[in-house]
Design a protein around this ligand. Structure first.
Ligand SMILES: Cc1cc2nc3c(=O)[nH]c(=O)nc-3n(C[C@H](O)[C@H](O)[C@H](O)COP(=O)(O)OP(=O)(O)OC[C@H]3O[C@@H](n4cnc5c(N)ncnc54)[C@H](O)[C@@H]3O)c2cc1C
Length: 373
């Protein structure tokens, strides 16, 4: 059976390896001249900086899927970040998160005395919610749709409080606004507004404490050369610089696609582009409107030293976090005093810069849309 994969991002590359292992003949189409999609890096004068993902969560899931795809565990190194990261507030308070519970409780006691009980309650509730959510949703595929809309799943969903925002849920654990922010800002990882994203996303800050925050040695984009080499080793056909413009469907089956004006027949197709753009390639049974999540401005620095007192991951929260989020998600205007995230992997990885030098990546959440230059 022949399968065509549209899109050579991480999802498409891993799908290609998994399907080839199951005996399918696979052809992958990528419209850009390089593979990787959002998994990318910039390289100049001996400095190499990730342009996309930096934080590895739930590393066992990544390991599991890479192993299933046939990538050896010896080909990549995952390093646990300890501390997980730090958050500096505009009043100068610095709150650090650690993988070790005792150390974390000490940190709360010294930085936000009196909040220890709320934190423990957050962890206990998080554990219950995570166990429920993982069993009901993470461990399943929902094809067809009706397997999702079951009575049991709806009961579980209600327990995960989808009607409440993450920020509101955090207000029930923490008195101090700064701690509420420290446990809500993670919705920004997926471009979500902490003041409106459903409480389900509180599983992310819970998982950071429970399972840790990790770093892929050589940068996340280092995975790309490993995946690309494996595709070559297995003679999987890759067409770069080739945009798929149409998926051909006959009745309820896809039968092929059109790539750069040429029709190619396939028994099945995997689409790995952004879901809302699928309607450009085929008629969709239902027309739905999508609103984009936030965007970001990224700044890449080559540094003339390594900052030993900085953590690998750091957040800097401006004096009015709520106003920044409102500018990004509601008003869609340029934020005046934005909060931002920095990534300084050189602290634990000397392979990214010339000896004694370092790299720094800074991400500022901004609104998406063409209306701002
Ligand atoms: C700045 C930034 C920071 C991030 N940080 C993190 C993080 O810390 N941790 C984390 O886990 N995730 C993070 N992410 C998210 C993560 O990068 C993405 O979820 C992941 O890379 C998406 O992979 P994908 O394969 O699904 O899609 P993509 O990487 O978007 O790949 C899709 C590919 O399909 C191609 N394509 C689309 N349409 C066509 C077509 N018609 N024909 C041919 N090719 C087509 C595109 O060119 C692209 O290469 C971050 C993302 C960004 C942008």
């Amino acid at each position: 059976m022949n399968i065509g994969i549209i899109g050579g991002g991480m999802g498409g590359l891993i799908s290609a390896l998994l399907l080839e292992r199951q005996g399918f003949s696979v052809t992958l189409f990528e419209k850009e001249e390089r593979l990787g999609g959002r998994l990318a890096y910039v390289e100049r004068d001996g400095f190499k900086i990730d342009q996309g993902p930096t934080i590895v969560l739930l590393p066992h899931l990544l390991e599991e899927i890479l192993t299933e795809a046939g990538i050896s565990r010896n080909d990549y190194q995952i390093i646990q970040c300890d501390p997980l990261y730090s958050i500096t507030f505009s009043d100068g308070t610095r709150y650090t998160k650690y993988p070790d519970l005792t150390r974390q409780l000490e940190e709360i006691r010294s930085t936000f005395p009196g909040e220890e009980k709320g934190f423990q309650r957050f962890l206990e509730d998080g554990k219950n919610r995570f166990t429920l959510g993982k069993k009901a949703f993470l461990d399943h595929a929902f094809v067809p749709k009706k397997t999702f809309w079951t009575y049991e799943n709806m009961k579980t969903l209600l327990k995960l409080k989808p009607y409440q925002s993450v920020k509101k849920l955090m207000n029930s654990y923490f008195q101090d606004e700064r701690l509420q922010i420290a446990y809500s800002l993670q919705t920004l990882y997926i471009g979500g507004d902490p003041f409106h994203a459903p409480a389900l996303y509180s599983l992310v800050p819970f998982s950071e404490h429970e399972h840790g925050v990790y770093y892929l040695k050589g940068g996340y984009a280092g995975l790309l050369s490993i995946l690309e080499q494996e595709l070559k080793n297995r003679s999987i056909s890759i067409w770069k610089n080739t945009r798929v413009t149409r998926i051909i469907r006959e009745e309820n089956r896809v039968t092929g696609l059109v790539a750069d004006g040429t029709y190619i027949s396939f028994d099945g197709i995997v689409y790995n582009g952004d879901y809302p753009l699928l309607s450009n390639l085929m008629d969709m049974p239902e027309k739905r409107a999508f609103s984009p999540s936030s965007s970001c401005v990224l700044i890449y620095f080559g540094l003339n030293r390594v900052y030993e007192d900085a953590d690998v991951h750091q957040f800097f929260i401006s004096r009015d976090f709520k106003k920044h989020m409102k500018a990004v998600f509601e008003d869609k205007t340029v934020p005046e005093a934005p909060s931002f995230y920095t990534f300084h992997p050189s602290k634990i990885d000397a392979s990214l810069a010339p000896p004694g030098k370092g790299v720094l990546y800074t991400l500022i959440p901004v609104p998406s849309g063409q209306h701002i230059d």
